[in-house]
Design a protein around this ligand. Structure first.
Ligand SMILES: [Zn+2]
Length: 133
């Protein structure tokens, strides 16, 4: 079975020691209340119907999480932490990430924060729903 190229990039970021260390330092409890995590970064947390494809969105002052019921708790947590990854990049907490690599970095960052095997992302929401996080 071949692994998509993008999955390989996510796996690299998820296991890269600086990503793991950054996730551990920024998110000592990745399962904490997202509102508290946002507050610790001076961010607002909002919820909105973002449609079926977008799971969360990062703005410099706000993270908006989807209310899509198809997104289970693991998918919701992953999407939220992915946006924290964008915040880390935007605020210079993360090392410089070329824009074309930022999405893979943020997926890897969320995986590192949750000690999640990036392979679960190959199955999208189904993989996240079944993941032990
Ligand atoms: Zn993203």
């Amino acid at each position: 079975m071949s692994i998509p190229v993008e999955m390989t990039a996510v796996e690299r970021w998820a296991t890269e020691p600086r990503t793991v260390a950054l996730a551990a330092s920024l998110l000592p409890d990745p399962h904490a209340d997202p509102a508290l995590i946002c507050a610790s970064f001076g961010l607002r947390l909002a919820e909105s119907d973002l449609g079926g494809y977008v799971h969360a969105v990062y703005f410099p002052d706000t993270i908006v999480c989807s209310t899509n019921p198809a997104l289970g708790p693991n998918g919701r947590r992953f999407a939220f932490l992915h946006e924290i990854g964008h915040h880390a990049v935007a605020t210079g907490r993360a090392p410089h990430i070329p824009p074309e690599r930022e999405e893979a970095f943020c997926d890897g960052f969320a995986c590192a924060a949750l000690a999640l095997d990036p392979a679960v992302l190959a199955d999208g929401l189904r993989g996240l729903d079944q993941a032990a996080v």
